[in-house]
Ligand binder design. Structure first.
Ligand SMILES: [Zn+2]
Length: 150
């Protein structure tokens, strides 16, 4: 899971603001709990507040009863990476956007392997769809593959 590798660069800073130890892994229970409950956003400096609000808005804003432990944050984050790829960014560009927008660090190499895995999964889905005669699914996976492979 690519989401489990995402680290919050300012974790130490955030830790000193909330006053107790928090992990740097963004998509871990304790970090997500801090995001939704413990932080007084008004007390954060502008950059940090913006990054945390982007994380909140783009990944944590769902109505599941067990949110943020519902799986949506990880799923939305993974999807965001795929969307950036489809917009034409490579693994380095994606790492840059994640850091800039969310303060989230991921090694470009990890992003690259994730994108390669995604391509392999899609190829497998396409092959199954071809065998099963699922024309629409074949076309959709082909479109997605074109998007991912640039
Ligand atoms: Zn959810």
């Amino acid at each position: 899971m690519i989401a489990s590798k995402a680290r919050f660069r300012a974790a130490k800073k955030l830790q000193s603001i909330v006053g107790y130890r928090i992990p740097e892994k963004v998509f871990s229970g304790p970090f997500l709990e801090v995001m939704v409950s413990a932080v007084d956003y008004d007390n954060l400096d502008y950059g940090l507040r913006e990054q945390m609000m982007h994380i909140f808005k783009d990944f944590l804003d769902c109505r599941c009863r067990d949110s943020p432990m519902c799986g949506c944050p990880e799923r939305k984050f993974t999807r965001a990476i795929l969307e950036l790829r489809m917009e034409g960014l490579d693994h380095r560009g994606i790492a840059h956007v994640l850091l800039d927008e969310y303060g989230i660090e991921l090694y470009p190499m990890d992003i690259m392997s994730f994108l390669e895995e995604s391509v392999h999964v899609l190829e497998a889905v396409r092959d199954v769809a071809e065998i099963e005669g699922g024309k629409e699914m074949v076309e959709r996976t082909k479109d997605a593959l074109r998007g991912l492979e640039g």
